[in-house]
Design a protein around this ligand. Structure first.
Ligand code: PLP
Length: 395
């Protein structure tokens, strides 16, 4: 007898992956340049040149048994110290290496943290639209996801709805700023309001409510400054990944940082170590741990995404589409001219434009365009969007 839950998860296909697979097939039929695939959040910009240089240097200078061997479960001590120093220097925040756990990207960071914090029947609040895997990770722990819709004009939290959703069962709230799929960023005013609400609810229910800040797009902000969340709320756990900032998505490297201001921070960290152990997520990829130690703080050339954002946003607005202005990440959230976003995606497909319906992210009536593609693809896709807009009488 297999696990029914795992079987059904394994058999479910992902809408995003299906669209991507369709794009591959279609490219074979009509040529790569004739299909405008905006489905996946896979960085198109190469890692900075230092990444290859450092990798070569590591391979030449560190003995193989050390470079490719096991590290401590939470990561090599020197790497954890480098991450702590980086946080200290960048955010003027007293981070310590004993509260840092190296992970296989943000996905593992989320899975580990949720397993560490929750027990059956707890509730974890997620703000829609959200990264679809949140639901999978929460349900795996036996806790229940509670979905709270964000405001559809700017996709900031709807604090009234959020306040109603927090109960004595609430163990954690997950936020993701810059956001996938909307590109929305939370300013310090938004984070302050969130912190005030959570502090009030903690006092009301006499219990800790953790704030999980899922931040793989931390550096992908274009015109605004992001607040450092542990400055605003004590019980914060940061989940970070180098997938997007360094274009290392396939190398699976990131970290969890428990704010030292978290109640019983050392115990929370011990629970994170336990969850990592029970999930088999110990000792993140060693070569890339060494790499991170050397190049933490560097980024790929993120200006390409800003250029793409401007071209795509302005191009689509001029064609009569409505979209949320994204301050960060590399996604544009466009209002579907039909009530049913899937119908809009099908129509766009007729013009070889591959977009993702927002239903996948827990919100109706929008589509996500991942603009982490070449600038050439953005420019070449605009005539297709133009034809689509004409057919839909938007112009
Ligand atoms: N969280 C969000 C919001 C994401 O968009 C992604 C990946 O796209 C992840 C987490 C997982 O990232 P990683 O590749 O670091 O596991």
């Amino acid at each position: 007898m297999l696990s029914e839950r795992m079987l059904s998860l394994g058999l479910q296909s992902s809408v995003i992956r299906d669209i991507f697979e369709y794009g591959l097939k279609r490219k074979k039929e009509i040529g790569n340049n004739n299909v405008f695939d905006f489905s996946l959040g896979n960085p198109s910009v190469p890692p900075p040149k230092e990444v290859n240089q450092i990798l070569m240097h590591l391979i030449e200078t560190i003995p193989a048994e050390k470079l490719h061997g096991y590290t401590s479960g939470p990561g090599g001590q020197c790497v954890r110290s480098a991450v702590a120093d980086y946080i200290k220097n960048s955010f003027d925040f007293a981070a310590t290496s004993d509260l840092i756990y190296l992970t296989c990207g943000a996905a593992a960071g989320l899975a580990i943290s949720l397993n560490a914090l929750t027990t059956e029947q707890d509730e974890v609040i997620i703000l829609a639209p959200f990264f679809p895997e949140y639901r999978v990770f929460i349900e795996h722990t036996g806790a229940n996801p509670v979905i709270v819709q964000s405001k559809t004009d700017d996709f900031k939290p709807d604090f009234e709805l959020l306040a109603e959703a927090i109960t004595e069962k609430t163990k954690a709230v997950i936020i993701n700023s810059p956001n996938n799929p909307t590109g929305t960023c939370y300013t310090k005013e938004t984070i302050q309001e969130l912190a005030d609400l959570l502090n009030k609810k903690q006092a009301e229910f006499n219990q800790v409510i953790y704030l999980l800040s899922d931040g793989p797009y931390q550096e992908l902000v274009y015109d605004i400054e992001l607040p450092f969340i542990p400055d605003y709320y004590d019980n914060t756990i940061i989940i970070y990944s180098f997938s997007k900032s360094l274009s290392l998505a396939g190398e699976r490297i990131g970290y969890i940082f428990v704010s030292p201001k978290t109640k019983n921070a050392n115990k929370v960290f011990a629970s994170i170590c336990g969850a990592g152990r029970s999930l088999g997520y110990v000792c993140a990829p060693s070569l890339f741990q060494f790499l991170i130690k050397e190049c933490i703080g560097l980024t790929a050339d993120l200006s390409v995404y800003k250029k793409n954002r401007d071209l795509l946003y302005n191009g689509l607005i001029n064609l009569g589409f409505e979209a949320i202005y994204p301050d960060g990440a590399f996604y544009l959230f466009v209002k579907s001219p039909f009530k049913n976003a899937k119908k809009f995606c099908e129509k766009a497909k007729e013009y070889e434009l591959l977009l993702v319906p927002s239903d996948s992210f827990g919100t109706q009536g929008f589509v996500r365009i991942a603009y982490c593609v070449s600038t050439e693809q953005i420019i070449n896709s605009l005539p297709a969007f133009n034809k689509l807009a004409k057919e839909l009488n938007l112009l």
